[in-house]
Ligand binder design. Structure first.
Ligand code: ATP
Ligand code: MG
Length: 672
């Protein structure tokens, strides 16, 4: 870091003893202040590095910070850098002798919950999804310290949920295992009852510094409060506008009320964005201003005006991917690095087709999140089983996949037979005409499927066989919206489009699966690669060029966001994404995705100029034509008298910017 610190930063870095809070917008050097202050404490204040604890929210961020600090100090140092979980686990390790083996592994968690579901004989089809939803709920209860009696599950009836929760807890205790959330719960309880242990840790960590404090939850805060006593050398930095972990119990109010909990806290506001150009900062500000309850921050820029944000609507994913590939190759040809580029999105299933394209063009990329392999999704497995049976397989496991999807009411008793075949089923139901009919219909359908190309076959499975209706009913039973399921089905069908035979499609599936595994293995090895990340994982990072994709209603903001609070959180995620860009920012929306028409996101509207502000007599500055005055506004046309000549500018209703860049004189700059 070779730059001159500004006064606010200096003030924060050189803060003496006691609590201090830095609230500041993106790119203002909050993370930089944390590392610089750590250095300052050691070098200028003579603090023992082993007495300093620096906490961040993700493992990646903690590792990165440790590395940066190492560079700053010219070598390794005994300062503790870690996530809340890592730190609290260290405490438990010392207190209870817990070791890594005591941490519940992902596979174990799934196995435990699966076991419980079977024992209670719950009728769940998509176990994995159910398990993941239930895990989220268990986690929230522990993090928010909600009592079980007062909790209402959104995934299953209350009594069932309670049974699952208690049984899960029991299993963990019996096996002397703790899950991630238990690390917080146990640590909290330990500090409450064992003052001696608490005191020991208090004297070890005399200085605590926390980055991204807006994402802290109740239990983490309660533990930190205990740990920071008696001196309360608690140095926290954050930005309430970037709080995006509400689903995990994050409470930005904790940060905003910090000075109520610590009356003597010094408060420092930083207001210079060093990261991004003026146009990017102004665009992002326009968006976030639509959130109601927020701590208003002043923002200055130093990077110069820069180039306008490019806002584009593309026909479909295919066009969007083409555009991205062209952009990446162009950037590379003009001397840029792959690592200058990040492609950001709301959910980790979005880039699936893009990943296929990047592989095809041999463009190296790294993903911060795990991309679920759509070909391993249970819906794909069902479809493939239909196709396998159609093409001659008579394996029991293939029958089991599809026989009651849709419901044909073939009983467990019948299916228990080791060898399931059409003949066996006919024999089993020999007195039941309606069952005979169902079995015959299935056999007939499979014969039809055998001769279809993959795309048509999937279509027939959905419509002719009734698989899509089955998904709708299943969603109703599970009390979930069918959209995700139908989307997956659409995507599987779409991916089969370009293949003439089942064989070709299956080869493609194998290749894709293998490459994806290889990519995951080499995840962090390739330094010169394009970054693909969800908005969540991109937090704290910065890139020269950022592409935000699929900025449409239903995706960003996500369709599950319905309340005002949900939408505010979605807007913050979009804000985080926008503010990762240093020099160039591209926002892409789609006209349709997987055959469904989509609307451009409301956030795009917020990013561009508010047309109502372009009114007659407004003085403006145009990028190309210079100063002028608006004379008249006619639907999508602006008649402007520039100093040199009169012009009519047409506003592109698709939000395309081309070169139409206008700045309102003396006021906010605007993009059209
Ligand atoms: P975010 O909220 O996104 O996490 P942040 O406030 O943590 O952002 P940093 O990542 O610390 O911001 O800094 C943003 C960029 O600005 C970094 O590249 C950093 O090196 C640079 N920077 C910070 N302070 C200064 C300064 N005083 N002069 C020049 N550059 C600076
Ligand atoms: Mg930061």
């Amino acid at each position: 870091m070779n730059f001159n610190l500004n006064n606010g930063q200096k003030q924060a870095i050189r803060h003496g003893e006691g609590p201090c809070i830095v609230i500041a917008p993106p790119g203002s050097g909050k993370t930089a202040v944390i590392t610089q202050r750590t250095k300052y404490l050691i070098e200028q204040q003579g603090i023992n590095p082993a007495n300093i604890l620096v906490i961040t929210f993700t493992k990646a961020a903690a590792t990165q910070m440790k590395e940066r600090f190492g560079t700053l100090m010219g070598g390794a140092s005994p300062v503790s850098f870690g996530t809340f979980h890592a730190v609290f686990f260290t405490v438990l390790r010392h207190a209870y002798g817990f070791r890594a083996e005591n941490i519940l592994k992902e596979e174990q968690r799934i196995e435990f919950l699966r076991d419980i579901i079977h024992r209670f004989d719950l009728e769940i089809d998509d176990e994995m999804e159910f398990i993941s939803d239930i895990t989220g709920e268990i986690s929230l209860i522990k993090n928010d310290r909600i009592s079980l009696e007062h909790y209402y599950s959104t995934n299953c009836p209350e009594d069932v949920f309670r049974k699952i929760y208690l049984e899960y807890d029991n299993k963990l205790k019996n096996a002397r295992l703790i899950d991630f959330d238990d690390m917080l719960v146990y640590c909290y309880e330990l500090f409450k009852v064992r003052k001696d242990i608490l005191n020991a840790w208090q004297s070890k960590y005399k200085y605590i510094l926390i980055d991204e404090f807006q994402d802290i939850n109740k239990i983490q805060y309660d533990i930190i409060r205990m740990l920071a006593k008696p001196n309360n050398n608690l140095f926290i930095v954050g930005d309430d506008d970037q709080s995006i972990y509400r689903f995990r119990g994050a409470k930005p109010e904790i940060m905003l009320n910090f000075d109520k909990d610590y009356k003597n806290a010094k408060k420092v506001l930083l207001n210079t964005n060093y990261r991004s150009t003026q146009l990017i900062v102004e665009g992002a500000e326009r968006v976030i201003h639509n959130n109601k309850s927020r701590f208003e921050k002043e923002v200055r820029t130093v990077q110069g005006e820069g180039t306008p944000i490019v806002i584009k609507t593309l026909k479909n994913q295919e066009e969007e991917n083409k555009e991205l590939i062209n952009q990446i190759l162009e950037c590379r040809q003009s001397g840029g690095d792959f690592s200058d580029i990040a492609i950001l999105y709301r959910t980790n299933t979005q880039p699936r087709i893009l990943v296929e394209k990047l592989m095809e063009y041999n463009i190296p990329f790294k993903m911060r999140d795990i991309l679920p392999n759509i070909y391993e999704h249970w819906i794909t497995k069902n479809i493939i089983s239909y196709i396998h049976l159609a093409t001659g397989s008579r394996e029991r496991k293939e029958f089991l996949q599809i026989i009651n999807r849709p419901k044909r009411y073939v009983s467990r008793e019948c299916l228990d037979n080791k060898q399931i075949s059409f003949e066996y089923m006919r024999e089993f139901y020999k007195d039941k005409d309606w069952m005979q009919e169902r079995i015959n219909k299935l056999e007939y359908d499979l014969r039809l499927l055998a001769n279809m190309p993959p795309y048509a076959a999937i279509n027939y499975i959905r419509q002719g066989i009734g698989y899509e209706e089955y998904l709708q009913e299943y969603a109703k039973y599970r009390r979930i919206k069918p959209d995700d399921l139908i989307d997956t089905l659409n995507e599987v069908q779409e991916s089969a489009k370009s293949f003439k035979t089942f064989g070709e499609w299956f080869v493609h599936i194998d290749e894709y699966t293998n490459e994806l595994k290889a990519q995951l293995k080499n995840r962090n090895c390739n330094h010169n690669s394009v970054s693909l990340a969800t908005m969540h994982s991109a937090k704290g990072l910065e890139y020269k060029r950022v592409y935000i994709i699929d900025v449409n209603e239903g995706i960003t903001p996500f369709r599950k966001a319905v309340t005002e609070a949900d939408l505010a959180e979605e807007r913050r995620m979009f804000y985080v994404a926008l503010t990762r860009a240093k020099e160039q920012l591209y926002v892409y929306s789609l006209e349709e995705r997987l055959g469904k028409k989509l609307e451009v996101s409301r956030f795009v509207g917020e990013l561009i100029v508010n047309k109502q502000e372009l009114v007659p007599s407004k003085e403006i500055i145009h990028k190309k034509y210079g100063e002028g005055v608006i004379k008249a506004v006619d639907k999508d046309k602006l008649i402007i008298y520039f100093k040199k000549n009169k012009k009519i500018l047409v506003l592109d209703t698709n939000f395309c910017i081309s070169n139409q860049y206008i700045k309102l004189k003396k006021e906010d700059s605007m993009l059209i």
